[in-house]
Design a binder for this molecule. Structure first.
Ligand code: GLO
Ligand code: MG
Length: 346
């Protein structure tokens, strides 16, 4: 087998969080951005993910000149630290303008706000030397189905993507689907939906996707299959590895925390499709447990990376020839046990 490229790892500032949930306040003090950047470097990560307002805090209150100035300052900080920006994502779910959705709001003023903010996000990405915009379409769905129209919502989303593609001929857009939360139902719940949107846009080859483990599980799907489906189309431009214990709120647990075998299979498909060889990063969209103390505030990130690397080793040392023999003999009973024994180790 040819030598595999090394993986590049990333996380976002929101992945060092304070432990608040809908039932209780934060359990850890907030940490400044520079502290997070320092930790990212210390843990051996290569890139940071950004929302537009992670890059430029309080973005809506700032003039376009001020936004550009602060984005340039951030780029310098990243350059000095030898780090890159992997993605920039417009955070379209916080503003009072997007209570009823962003691109799919029933209010034309809100839709305009969402598009303007997305175009500004593209400008920030360009300043950060990043060509990948991620769209987690948080509020593009409904609390009750009668309030919106699926076909019209789809047209609105395509129109928004088209404007971003027009705004910068180099930018690529990765849709990060999720079936629910915060909405009851989202309009783009799976990778199949996300990729079906690409040909409707004016430059399909610049529209791809990002698979998040937890989101696939919430959709009742296998995350490894979602990833390989996207890679078969040349469309997997990032991943958010994490874990999820069944159908409940989005947990963002450390990678492999809930289902090690499912994590093994995700690493397996990434390996066999040479994920990363075109510069794609392995990103962890994980959170600390609420009970975590401040002195362990980044352990979930270090642990996820270490589990990933251990699983790369497990994938590379899996006896494929023996597995193929069992497959040819339709002896899936033995194949099942072989995988279990391999994961358990000696
Ligand atoms: C939430 C999403 C969120 C996105 C992030 C980047 O469920 O996973 O964390 O990944 O906003 O777009
Ligand atoms: Mg995510």
């Amino acid at each position: 087998m040819a030598t595999k490229p090394d993986y590049r790892f990333s996380f976002g500032p929101w992945n060092i969080s304070e432990g608040a949930d809908p039932y209780g306040p934060p359990t850890r003090p907030p940490q400044p951005f520079d502290w997070k950047l320092g930790k990212l470097k210390e843990l051996g990560f290569d890139a940071m993910m950004f929302h537009d307002d992670d890059a430029v805090p309080d973005i809506d209150a700032k003039s376009p000149e001020q936004v550009r100035k602060e984005a340039k300052e951030l780029r310098k900080k990243l350059d000095d630290a030898g780090l890159i920006a992997e993605i920039v994502a417009p955070r379209l779910w916080f503003s009072p303008m997007t209570i009823d959705g962003a691109y799919t709001s029933n209010d034309p003023k809100a839709r305009r706000y969402a598009i303007d903010r997305s175009l500004q996000c593209v400008d920030i990405a360009r300043i950060l030397k990043c060509d990948l915009i991620v769209l987690w379409l948080a509020r593009e769905g409904t609390y009750l189905r009668e309030s919106k129209n699926c076909r019209r919502s789809l047209e609105y989303m395509v129109k928004a993507i088209d404007q971003m593609l027009d705004h910068d001929p180099k930018i690529r857009i990765a849709v990060e689907p999720k079936p629910n939360e915060p909405m009851d139902h989202a309009y783009l719940p799976t990778i199949g939906h996300a990729l079906a949107v690409a040909p409707l846009t004016r430059d399909p080859k610049r529209v791809g996707c990002l698979v998040e483990t937890a989101h696939a599980i919430l959709a009742g799907l296998d995350p490894a299959d979602e990833m390989e489906f996207a890679m078969a189309m040349g469309k997997l431009w990032s991943v958010h590895l994490n874990d999820q214990n069944g159908l409940k709120f989005d947990q963002d647990k450390p990678f492999g925390s809930n289902n090690l075998r499912q994590a093994f299979n995700q690493v397996r498909v990434l390996e066999r499709n040479r994920y990363g060889s075109r510069g794609e990063c392995v990103a962890f969209d994980v959170h600390s447990f609420r009970s975590t103390k401040i002195e362990h505030a980044v352990d979930h990130l270090a642990n996820s990376r270490s589990t990933f690397l251990r699983l790369v080793h497990k994938v590379r040392s899996f006896d494929e020839a023996a597995a193929q023999k069992l497959i040819a003999d339709r002896n899936y009973q033995a194949l099942d046990q072989m995988v279990i024994e391999h994961l358990l180790g000696k």
